[in-house]
Write a protein that binds this ligand. Structure first.
Ligand code: SME
Length: 165
C-alpha cells in the first residue's frame, strides 16, 4: 500500500511529480490490471486537488463504457464523437476544456462539473479508452497538467496490456 504523506503542503507541480512516482510504485508492485487502474484513480483523487470526478472509460465495440473511477455515479455508456470523452477517443487528442458548458455535446454526468481534462488511451495506434478528470472550478486544468496526465497515461501504457480489460 502506498502511504500518501504531506500532499496538502505541495504545490501543483510537486503534486503532479508525486502522482507519477506513486503510480510507478503501484504499477511496479502489482500485476493485476483491475487493481492497478482502480488504484490509479484513487491516487489521482487523493493527490490532485479541486476535482469532483476522476476515472476511466474503455472502448467496448464502438462505444465507451464506464471503468474504475472516484466520484459520483456516472454515465455508463458514451458514444464515439459524443461529449468530451467521445471526442477524445475519436480524435485521439487530449481535450482540455476550460468551460464544459461551452463544449458542444458535453455530457453532464455530474452537474457540479465545470471544466474537464480528457486524455485518450492510445497504444500502437489503437484507442482503448480515455482517462477523464472533472473539476467544479472553471478553467481548473492547465497545459502543464495536460502534459503530466499524458505522461500518466504513457506510464500506464508501459505496464498495462489493455487487451486484458
Ligand atoms: N462529461 C463527460 C462525460 C463523462 S463524466 O464527466 C464522468 C463528457 O462530456 O464526455
Amino acid at each position: 500500500m502506498i502511504k500518501l504523506e504531506g500532499v496538502e503542503r505541495m504545490n501543483d507541480k510537486q503534486r503532479l511529480e508525486y502522482l507519477l512516482l506513486a503510480l510507478e510504485g503501484q504499477l511496479s508492485s502489482e500485476i493485476d490490471v483491475l487493481a492497478n487502474i482502480s488504484n490509479a484513480t484513487a491516487l489521482i483523487y487523493a493527490i490532485v486537488d479541486r476535482l469532483n470526478w476522476a476515472g476511466f472509460y474503455f472502448m467496448r465495440g464502438d462505444e465507451l463504457v464506464l471503468g474504475p473511477f472516484q466520484g459520483l455515479p456516472a454515465c455508463n455508456r458514451i458514444k464515439l464523437n459524443a461529449g468530451v470523452c467521445g471526442t477524445a477517443a475519436t480524435t485521439k487528442e487530449t481535450q482540455l476544456v476550460p468551460n464544459v458548458h461551452n463544449f458542444p455535446g458535453h455530457i453532464a454526468c455530474d452537474s457540479a462539473s465545470n471544466s474537464e481534462l480528457v486524455i485518450p488511451i492510445v497504444k500502437n495506434s489503437k484507442v482503448y479508452g480515455v482517462l477523464d478528470l472533472d473539476s467544479p472550478e472553471l478553467e481548473r486544468f492547465t497545459e502543464l497538467e495536460a502534459t503530466y496526465f499524458e505522461r500518466f497515461v504513457e506510464k500506464l501504457n508501459l505496464y498495462i496490456d489493455w487487451e486484458e480489460i
